[in-house]
Design a binder for this molecule. Structure first.
Ligand code: BTN
Length: 307
C-alpha cells in the first residue's frame, strides 16, 4: 500500500526529477535532507518508476500513483491511497475518511443493485468520500459524477444512461456506485467510479460493455486526471449553480425521450422518461401520470409504432 497526504511536499520530487533536478537541488528546494530524497526515490522505484543512477526518470508506470495523488487533491480529499490489489476501493474509502483510493485490481469490485464489477488489471477503479452531503442531495451527486466521467471522455461522444452508466456506441464504459454512510441529515457519501480502460472485457459482457483502448485511449493516469479536473469544476457549481449541471446532464442524456421501464425493488414504473427534475430524480410519464424516480434499474423499451 502507498499512502500519502495530498499536500506532502515529497510529491513534487517526481516532477523535479523529470525536469533534471539533482538530488542536492531537490533537497535544498524542499528543505529536507538528501537522505530523505534518496529514500523517496527508492520508494518511487518500488512503485514501478524506472529511475537510473543519475536520477533520471526513464519510465513511469501507468497508473502512476504520484501523479494521481497530485490530481486527487481536486476531489477535495486529504489523503491518497494506492493499492495493487484490494477487495473494493469503496470499502477502503469507507475506512479512511477524506481519502481517495485507487486500486489496480479489485477482487470484490461491486456494482449497483448487488452486481459484480469485473475489475481486472488495466481498468481505472477508484473511490473517494464527500462529507456533509444532505441526504436529499445524494441523487444529484450521482448525476454529477456520471457527467464528470462523460465530460472526461467527451471526444468519444459518450452518453449517460440514467442514473449514471456512461455509454459509448451504446456499450457501457463506466459505472458509478455511490454509497451512503450514516442516516443523519448530512451524511458521508462514498463515490466509487469504475472505467474500462485497457482491461479485458469478459466474453459474456462483450455485447454490453466496451473499453477505452478500443477507441485509442490507453492511459489510466490521464483519464483519472481528466475526471479530477471535470469533477472539481462541476462540484463548484453543485453548490452555486445546480441548474447549469442539469442542463449539461440533459445534453449527454441517452434516456430522456425514451420509453423506459424502471425497476425499483419490486415496483416497475413504465412510461416516457420526460426529464430530470431539479432534485436529481427522473420524471417518467406513464399511465399513472408523472412519477418521480430517485434510483432504480432502467430498461429501454422499444415500441413499434405501427402496431
Ligand atoms: C455499476 O455500474 O453498477 C457501478 C459500478 C461501480 C464500480 C466501481 S469500481 C470502484 C468502486 N469500487 C467498487 O467496488 N465499485 C466501484
Amino acid at each position: 500500500m502507498f499512502r500519502i497526504h495530498v499536500d506532502d511536499r515529497r510529491l513534487t520530487i517526481l516532477e523535479m526529477l523529470r525536469n533534471g533536478f539533482s538530488g542536492e537541488k531537490i533537497a535544498k528546494e524542499l528543505g529536507i535532507s538528501r537522505q530523505a530524497v534518496w529514500k523517496f526515490v527508492n520508494k518511487l522505484r518500488e512503485l514501478g518508476y524506472e529511475i537510473d543512477n543519475k536520477y533520471r526518470v526513464v519510465n513511469s508506470p501507468d497508473p502512476s500513483p504520484i501523479d494521481m495523488a497530485i490530481y486527487s487533491k481536486s476531489l477535495g480529499v486529504k489523503e491518497f491511497i494506492f493499492l495493487k490489489e484490494t477487495t473494493s476501493t469503496n470499502d477502503i474509502a469507507r475506512q479512511n475518511p477524506n481519502s481517495c483510493v485507487v486500486a489496480e485490481i479489485q477482487k470484490k469490485g461491486r456494482g449497483r443493485l448487488g452486481r459484480k464489477w469485473y475489475s481486472e488489471k488495466g481498468g481505472l477503479y477508484f473511490s473517494f468520500s464527500l462529507n456533509e452531503i444532505p441526504l436529499s442531495d445524494v441523487p444529484k451527486i450521482t448525476l454529477l459524477t456520471g457527467l464528470a466521467v462523460a465530460k472526461t471522455l467527451n471526444e468519444l461522444n459518450p452518453k449517460i444512461k440514467w442514473p449514471n452508466d456512461v455509454l459509448i456506441d451504446n456499450k457501457k464504459v463506466s459505472g458509478i456506485l455511490c454509497e451512503l454512510l450514516g442516516e443523519e441529515l448530512a451524511s458521508r457519501v462514498i463515490v466509487g467510479v469504475g472505467i474500462n480502460v485497457k482491461n479485458r472485457i469478459p466474453s459474456d459482457l462483450i455485447e454490453k460493455a466496451v473499453n477505452l483502448s478500443s477507441y485509442g485511449l490507453n492511459n489510466i493516469t490521464e483519464i483519472f486526471k481528466g475526471f479530477c479536473v471535470e469533477f472539481k469544476e462541476l462540484f463548484k457549481d453543485f453548490l452555486k449553480n445546480w441548474e447549469r449541471i442539469l442542463d449539461e446532464w440533459r445534453r449527454y442524456s441517452d434516456t430522456i425521450g425514451r420509453y423506459v421501464e424502471i425497476k425499483v425493488g419490486k415496483r416497475v414504473y413504465s412510461g416516457v422518461a420526460v426529464d430530470v427534475d431539479v432534485d436529481g430524480s427522473l420524471l417518467v410519464k406513464g399511465e399513472r401520470g408523472m412519477e418521480k424516480i430517485f434510483s432504480g434499474e432502467c430498461f429501454y423499451i422499444n415500441i413499434d409504432n405501427n402496431k
